[in-house]
Design a protein around this ligand. Structure first.
Ligand code: FES
Length: 201
């Protein structure tokens, strides 16, 4: 597969990314999120300007050193969330964005989650700055494999990186390699994440 398996929408957003943060002071920064993916070697910064009264995102900027998929998906995300309420924006999924991009190569989906994660971090940062800590929505990881200390988040990451079978999941995370009691739960979660991120519709 070559990089040019990308759709025209992806190519357009990659060549002409929207709402890129070019200099600080460009917008009023009411919330900021920074996330990185060590495997990708990339990093994402996403900032938002919020209408406090309406709880609506007025303006956004982002910046990344990520790959074409990270750039295209965050560019599209940045257009999509302007005008949304904070709750609506928080619930936008990588799958929504990938669909609007006309699809992404499967092994690139995990890059597209960067913008999405950074946006959610920025929304939580906004609530923290405003002292509205009860509104901060954290995604707590839950340990699925007690023996190897593997969480549901790690299973989700593994699926985003291409894992589809229990054997692959074991190789990727070392889950299930001691007592094996976590197998049924792990398989159920793995299939759920495949469904969530990769099934059409
Ligand atoms: S709980 Fe996963 S191997 Fe024991």
């Amino acid at each position: 597969m070559t990089d040019w398996a990308y759709s025209d929408v992806v190519k357009d957003h990659f060549m002409n990314p929207r709402n890129v943060l070019t200099q600080d002071g460009d917008i009023r920064i009411d919330g900021e999120g920074r996330v990185g993916n060590v495997k990708c070697g990339d990093e994402m910064r996403f900032v938002i300007q919020v209408d406090d009264e309406k709880g609506v995102i007025e303006e956004v900027r982002w910046k990344t050193y990520g790959c074409a998929s990270a750039i295209a998906s965050t560019s599209l995300l940045s257009e999509a969330v302007k005008g949304m309420t904070l709750d609506e924006a928080f619930d936008v999924t990588p799958k929504d964005i990938a669909e609007r991009l006309g699809g992404l190569p499967e092994n690139k989906i995990h890059c597209s989650v960067l913008g999405d994660k950074a946006l959610r971090a920025a929304i939580n940062d906004y609530y923290t700055r405003k002292g509205l800590t009860e509104k901060v929505r954290t995604e707590k990881a839950r340990i699925v494999c007690q023996c190897m200390n593997v969480t549901d988040h790690e299973i989700e990451e593994a699926v985003l990186e291409g894992v589809r079978t229990y054997l692959e999941l074991q190789e990727h995370t070392k889950l299930g390699t001691v007592c094996g009691q976590c197998k049924d739960e792990a398989v159920r979660l793995m299939n759920g994440y495949v469904e969530r991120h990769f099934s059409p519709g």
